[in-house]
Design a protein around this ligand. Sequence first.
Ligand SMILES: *[C@@H]1O[C@H](CO)[C@@H](O)[C@H](O)[C@H]1NC(C)=O
Ligand SMILES: *[C@@H]1O[C@H](CO)[C@@H](O)[C@H](O)[C@H]1NC(C)=O
Ligand SMILES: *[C@@H]1O[C@H](CO)[C@@H](O)[C@H](O)[C@H]1NC(C)=O
Ligand SMILES: *[C@@H]1O[C@H](CO)[C@@H](O)[C@H](O)[C@H]1NC(C)=O
Ligand SMILES: *[C@@H]1O[C@H](CO)[C@@H](O)[C@H](O)[C@H]1NC(C)=O
Ligand SMILES: *[C@@H]1O[C@H](CO)[C@@H](O)[C@H](O)[C@H]1NC(C)=O
Ligand SMILES: *[C@@H]1O[C@H](CO)[C@@H](O)[C@H](O)[C@H]1NC(C)=O
Ligand SMILES: *[C@@H]1O[C@H](CO)[C@@H](O)[C@H](O)[C@H]1NC(C)=O
Length: 587
Amino acid sequence: MGGQSRVYLGDSSPPLYSGSARRSLFLRVGAAFFAGFVICLAVVARYASNVNQSCVPFSAFAALLPTDVGTPEWHQYPPAKPTNAFPSAFPSNVGYPGSTQAGAEPGVAATAPAYPLHSNVAHLVPPTRFSQDNTKVTTKDFNIFRSWGGLSPWYSIPRGKFGVDSSPEAPDTCNITGVHLLHRHGARYPGGYSSTSGPSGFASKLNRNAENVTVTGPLSFLKDWTYKLGSEGLTPFGRSQLFDLGVSMRMRYGFLLKNFSETNTLPVFRTESQTRMLDSAHNFALGFFGYPLEGQYQQEITIEAKGFNNTLAPFRSCANSDNPNRAFRGVSRANAWIEVYLRDTVPRLQQYLDGFDLGVQDIYAMQTLCAFETVALGYSKFCELFTEKEWEGFDYSYDINYWYNVAWGSPLGRAEGIGYVQELVSRLTQTPIETHNTSTNATLHNAVTFPLGNSLYVDATHETVVLNVLTALNLSSFAAMGQLPTDHIPKRRTFRSTELAPFATNVQFQLLSCSTEPDPQIRVIVNDGVVPLANLNGCQHHPDGMCSIHAFVDAQKENIRSTDWNFVCNANWTIPDGWETTTGYPV
Ligand SMILES: *[C@@H]1O[C@H](CO)[C@@H](O)[C@H](O)[C@H]1NC(C)=O
Ligand SMILES: *[C@@H]1O[C@H](CO)[C@@H](O)[C@H](O)[C@H]1NC(C)=O
Ligand SMILES: *[C@@H]1O[C@H](CO)[C@@H](O)[C@H](O)[C@H]1NC(C)=O
Ligand SMILES: *[C@@H]1O[C@H](CO)[C@@H](O)[C@H](O)[C@H]1NC(C)=O
Ligand SMILES: *[C@@H]1O[C@H](CO)[C@@H](O)[C@H](O)[C@H]1NC(C)=O
Ligand SMILES: *[C@@H]1O[C@H](CO)[C@@H](O)[C@H](O)[C@H]1NC(C)=O
Ligand SMILES: *[C@@H]1O[C@H](CO)[C@@H](O)[C@H](O)[C@H]1NC(C)=O
Ligand SMILES: *[C@@H]1O[C@H](CO)[C@@H](O)[C@H](O)[C@H]1NC(C)=O
C-alpha cells in the first residue's frame, strides 16, 4: 500500500531547527516577502502577457497564515426549515410495486468452499507517498489502513494469525446452528472538541499562533487547512462499514432466519442510546434486512448513560472506571511510548514550521488527524508526513492504551466484561440469569426484550467493551505477550488493537453441530480469525478451534463466580507500586 515513493522528507534533509535559534518576526516576514516577490517575478516572466497588479508587495505576506487557519469548519445538514419540504407531495408508498418472489436465504459460511474475506477500504484514499527514513527499507506489506490501532477500519484477519489454522466457514463435517454477533460501531469523529488536546487541540494551537506562523515544504498545506471534523458521531464511511457488515452477515448466515419463520417470531437486536451506536445498529439492520425495516426485526435500545446498568456500556455503572488511578493506567504509559517513538520526529517537522514549538503531543495529534480525516473525509494530507516506522509506533500506542485501560493489563477489564459473559451463558443454556449483581439490568431480562432459544443474536457496543469481553472470557492467547513495554515494540505481539478493536470490529460466537463430535460445539471468531479456546478449563486443543458448548459454558461459569463486580467497581482498593495484572483483575 504505497510507500514505494521517492524520498520526501527525512534522510536527504537533516533537521535545521534548534529550539533557541528562532528568527525574528522581522526576518521571517522579510524572507516571506522576498520569496513571494521572487515567485511573483518568475510568474510574470512566464506569463508576460498577464502582467497585472498581482505583484504588489503585500501579496508576499501570504506566506503567513490567515487568521482562520485551523478554525472549525462545520456544516449543518439538513437545513432546519427547508422551504420546499412538502411531505404529502412525496408519499412513501404509491402502490404498484410489481411482483417479487423472495429467494432462498444465503449461507456462504455453510455452503461455499471458502469464506468471503473483507478488506474494507472502499471510499478511502491512501497517501501517495510516505516520509522515508534510512533506518528502514519499505516493507511490501505495509498498509496504512491497518496501522491506526483502534482507528483502523476492520479487516479479515489472515487464516492462522490467532493460532488456529482454520477459517470461519463451517468445517465439512459440521452444520452451523446459531450465531451470536457482538460488534463495534463504525468509523466515527473524535471525541468532544477541545482547544487544548487531541486533533482539535492542535488545530486550535495553530490558530492561536497564526499571526506568527510560517509553514513550508510538506507542511505548506496547513496554510489553508481548517478543522473539518465533527465529534462523536458516525462518519459516512462508518455508516457504510455497518451496512456492509449487515450485508455480509446476511450472506453468511441468512439461513438462520428460517428458525424465526418456523417459530413465528422476530429476532431482537440490541444497541445503546448513544447516537453513533443507534446509527450503527440501524445501518447494520438496513444491510442485513434491507429497507424497509418495519416488521423484520425488533431493535432494543438500552440506555447508555452514567448510572444505568448496561452490559454493552458497563463503564457507565462501574464507579471505579471514573477513577484515574484505577482505570486509566494506559494513558501515562502510552504517553511514555509516544515520547520515545516520536522523539526524532519533532525536529524533523519543526524545520518546516516556524512560529511555535512543536511538542510530541502536537505530532501525535497530526498522526491522529491522518486517521480521523481519512475515515471522515476520505483523504488526509497529514498521512504522508510520517514514515512507516512512525506509523508502527502510532499503532502500538493504541495497543498500550487499551491493554492497560480496558483489557488484560487493567484491573477493571474482566469485571466490565463479565455482564455480557453472563448474558452469553444465559443464551447458550437458555436459562435466565439468577442474580443481577454485575452490569446486567434485571428490568430488561424478560422473554420479550431478552429472548432465549433464538438462532441469531446481534449486539452493538464499543471497542473497549469488546476488549472487556475478550478479557472476561479468558481468551488468554491474546495476552500471551505479557505486559506491553513502553520503550520498544516487542517482536511477538499477540495483543494488537488493529486486529481486535478496529472500527466495526466483530466477534462471532458460532454454534455448530458436527458429525465428528458428540456434543454441540462453539467457536469464537474475531474479525474472521478463529481464536484458540484450548486454555479454557475443559476445552481441548482442536484443529478448527472448537470446544463443546457444555465445557465452554462451565469455564465461563467459573469466570463468573470468580469475578466480583461490586468489589472491582465499588470498593476502595489501591494498586501497589509496581503491581501488574495479565488477568484484568485487581490485587
Ligand atoms: C507573535 O510574536 C510577537 C513578537 O514576538 C509576540 O509579541 C506575539 O505575542 C506573538 N503572538 C502570538 C499569538 O503568540
Ligand atoms: C434498566 O433499563 C431500563 C430500560 O432501559 C431503565 O429504565 C432502567 O433505569 C435500567 N435500570 C438500571 C438499574 O439501570
Ligand atoms: C444494577 O446493578 C447493580 C450492581 O450489580 C445491582 O445491584 C442492581 O440490582 C442492578 N439493577 C437492576 C435493575 O438490574
Ligand atoms: C431455533 O434455534 C434455537 C437455538 O439454536 C433452537 O433451540 C431451536 O430448536 C430452533 N428452532 C427451530 C424451529 O429450529
Ligand atoms: C446438517 O444438516 C443437514 C440438513 O438438515 C442434515 O442432513 C445433516 O445430517 C446435518 N449434518 C450434520 C453434521 O449435523
Ligand atoms: C483461564 O486461562 C488460564 C491461562 O490461560 C487458565 O490457567 C485457566 O484455567 C483459565 N480459566 C478458566 C476458567 O478456564
Ligand atoms: C453473582 O451472582 C452469581 C449468580 O448469578 C453468582 O454465581 C456469583 O457468585 C455472584 N457474585 C458475587 C460476587 O456475589
Ligand atoms: C480509600 O483508601 C485510602 C487508603 O486506604 C484512604 O486513604 C482513602 O481515604 C479511602 N477513600 C475513601 C473514599 O474511603
